[in-house]
Ligand binder design. Structure first.
Ligand code: MTE
Ligand code: MO
Length: 383
């Protein structure tokens, strides 16, 4: 694979793997604004970043089990109604490093910042599918299609050098309310190469792995995509399954993200003076479920207080209303008084009253995905 023409990246990103390039911002940078600047937005790649240098020869093909297959230029896609959707994209591997401390897992190590919140600008997939005769009333096409498969133009070793692929159910793909986007803008700017130029899919509320970058084609297919990342990766296994007894076919590809939160104003271990400490971070759930509550404990879980929550503010440390960005994270904040060595915990509850698992041991899985256990950090009082 050729990594000689990778884009320049912001020097403050923490690089977890160079080739392919995988990096996340610092905790502090992550919560410095509600809308994550493109420079601080994590990157998860499985191969070199493709180059599309002649946009006039770029076409998106839509085919498979449709009656009217089509090839569209970027201009054609831009003629469809444009939507701006604020959505948090989170890698299923977020917080993997902490899970790997229980028992080794396979995968790139990540701290708690493998996510970001952007304003994605583009066309709705539901509008595009109307153009090929697939509407929301036909959750199955006349030719028997039940899933929309996205294929990129990159090359991944896991796909034997072929392109990255993923699929979502047709019912979600054709539903305007699901807000699945073909995005050509990120935070009002042209989508950059790292994040999928010229066109990527954004599937709000779902693990990042389904939001295919550098989109080449969309196919309506009968079964879910048989690609590596759908069938042999990004599935949640129980702690009893290991590499010598794994049967990938027994589990479904992970789609919705469970409820998650992490403290970003502190590191996992801290030495501080006695006094006021700011406990702030993000909370987010999948499937469009909002965050109902964030609980903080400063005594290892004996007693709890409720943090204030905030959306839409560029000043994360000021309490404000949680408004209606249903696909986006909320920031939380609590100011606590620390007089002795402490374990601080944060845990969130979503709008369906889903809670986070207390201990990472109970959700350990061999690929180290979906570590949504209570986030605990250690605070030591400086002598
Ligand atoms: N799309 C392609 N074509 N190739 C990839 O390697 N990685 C996926 C997804 N889409 C990937 C991809 C994964 S696992 C994640 S978490 C997100 O893209 C990351 O998107 P980002 O790099 O823009 O943050
Ligand atoms: Mo990911």
């Amino acid at each position: 694979s050729d990594y000689s023409e990778e884009p320049l990246r912001h020097p403050s990103l923490r690089i977890n793997a160079k080739e392919p390039f995988n990096a996340e911002p610092t905790r502090e940078d992550l919560i410095s604004s509600y809308i994550t600047p493109v420079d601080f937005f994590y990157e998860r790649n499985h191969g070199p970043i493709p180059i599309v240098d002649d946009i006039n020869s770029y076409y998106l093909s839509i085919g498979g089990l449709v009656e009217k297959p089509k090839k569209l230029s970027l201009d054609d896609i831009k003629k469809l109604p444009k939507y701006n959707v604020t959505a948090t994209l989170q890698c299923a591997g977020n917080r993997r490093t902490a899970m790997s401390k229980i028992r080794a897992v396979r995968g790139v190590g990540w701290d708690v910042a493998t996510l970001g919140n952007a304003i994605w600008g583009g066309a709705k997939l539901s509008d595009l599918l109307e153009l090929v005769g697939v509407s929301h009333h036909t959750a199955i096409t006349s030719l028997g299609g039940k899933h929309a498969e996205f294929t990129s133009i990159d090359q991944c070793p896991e796909e034997n050098g072929g392109p990255y692929k993923a699929s979502i159910p047709l019912d979600q793909a054709t539903n305007p309310a699901a807000d699945v986007l073909l995005a050509y803008e990120m935070n009002g700017e042209v989508l950059n190469r790292d994040h999928g130029y010229p066109l990527r899919v954004i599937v709000p509320g779902v693990i990042g792995a389904r939001s295919v970058k550098w989109l080449d084609r969309i196919d309506i297919i009968e079964e879910e995509s048989q690609g590596f990342f759908m069938q042999k990766d990004y599935k949640m296994f129980p702690p009893s399954v290991d590499w010598d007894n794994i049967d990938w076919s027994t589990r479904k590809p992970q789609m919705d993200f469970p409820v998650q939160c992490a403290i970003c104003s502190l590191e996992d271990t801290n030495v501080l003076k006695k006094g006021e400490v700011i406990v702030a971070g993000y909370a987010v759930s999948g499937g469009g479920r909002g965050i109902e509550r964030v609980d903080i404990s400063v005594d290892g879980g004996k007693t709890w207080l409720e943090a204030s929550r905030c959306q839409k503010s560029d000043v994360p440390y000021v309490s404000c209303d949680v408004t209606s960005d249903k696909w986006a994270w909320v920031f939380f904040k609590a100011v606590v008084d620390i007089t002795e060595d402490s374990t601080i915990i944060a845990k969130a509850v979503d709008s369906s009253a889903n809670v986070q698992p207390e201990r990472v041991e109970t959700i350990w899985n061999l690929r180290g995905i979906l570590n949504t256990s209570w986030h605990r950090i250690r605070l030591q009082i400086a002598p």
